[in-house]
Design a protein around this ligand. Structure first.
Ligand SMILES: [Zn+2]
Length: 296
């Protein structure tokens, strides 16, 4: 029947390809890493662990997953997270002086870390300003970013004003004044909004969303990160986190860039249009499959 064969082919939606999900805040030591194999999350950034252990996981990662790591938390002697049950001793590097700061940064680079993780956690001993500044200055000289866990009054502002590159959580313990948000707009903030989404405890989430919306409106770069391993987080795509990015004001290309890897590395395909909203992106990811990996 000649051309009629076309009519027997069902209408098919063209497949769209996109990069995989990059989770910029995880703790692989606190989850079942094997669950990440060949999933929709194609890259994870471990932001706090024993550098030797996490380097071994990065060298032999779950199939189809790239692991990057910061190594230990840099903190004041007895500072956060010293003594926390989930934190092995080797995941915490105590830094008491500017000289020790320079040595600690050199050790991060030598261990293959992509960033220097710093903890500023009120209610426990805090890094003094000169040691904090020395960490930032040594990291800048070494060409690695400084990623700060800031918790409690004034700590996010200290990180912002000392020139840290990234906050690993959107600030949730206080509402930042507009002028501080404006100064922060040069930074990257990692979302981790889902960890505050606990019943009966909406105040932290509301403060974080308030800060996140104004940060995005001011031109700051908000990116997807879940703090995987902190509480009962899914080992894979955290759809709630994507919803919160939408609530913070991300859509279209900004949303895709916040959640996914670089466009040069397509890893997923789905028979759905390019996702524009958080709801679209969640549906798109659910419908997606991994593309066969091209040999490098
Ligand atoms: Zn964390």
């Amino acid at each position: 029947m000649g051309d009629g064969v076309i009519g027997s082919v069902p209408d098919s939606v063209p497949e769209v390809t996109l990069p995989g999900v990059v989770d910029r805040h995880v703790h692989l030591g606190l989850v079942d890493r094997a669950l990440l194999a060949d999933g929709r999350v194609t890259e994870v950034h471990d932001l706090g662990w024993d550098p030797r252990e996490v380097a071994a996981w990065a060298a032999d990662p779950p199939s189809g997953t790239r692991v990057r790591y910061a190594g230990p938390f840099h903190t004041a002697p007895r500072g956060y997270p010293t003594g926390r049950s989930w934190a092995p001793d080797a995941a915490v590097r105590h830094v008491a002086t500017p000289r020790e700061a320079a040595e600690a940064v050199a050790d991060v680079v030598a261990a293959g870390g992509f960033a220097v993780k710093v903890a500023l956690h009120a209610g426990m001993p805090l890094l003094p300003d000169d040691v904090l500044a020395a960490l930032v200055s040594a990291a800048r000289s070494a060409g690695v970013p400084v990623l700060v866990h800031a918790e409690g009054d004034g700590q996010a502002q200290r990180a912002i004003d000392v020139g840290a590159d990234t906050l690993v959580h959107v600030p949730w313990t206080e509402v930042l004044p507009d002028e501080v948000i404006t100064r922060a707009a040069r930074m990257t903030w990692i979302s981790t909004l889902g960890i505050h989404d606990a019943p009966g405890n909406s105040a932290g989430l509301e403060r974080a969303l308030d800060n996140a919306r104004r940060f995005v409106a001011a031109g700051g770069r908000l990116v997807y990160g879940t703090d995987m391993g902190n509480g009962p987080t899914p080992v894979g795509v955290n759809e709630r986190e994507i919803e919160f990015l939408g609530e913070a004001g991300l859509e279209g290309e900004a949303l895709r860039r916040a959640v996914l890897g670089p466009p040069s590395a397509p890893a997923l395909a789905a028979p759905l249009p390019l996702p524009e909203t958080a709801t679209d992106l969640i549906a798109w990811l659910r419908a997606s499959r991994r593309l066969p990996r091209s040999p490098r």
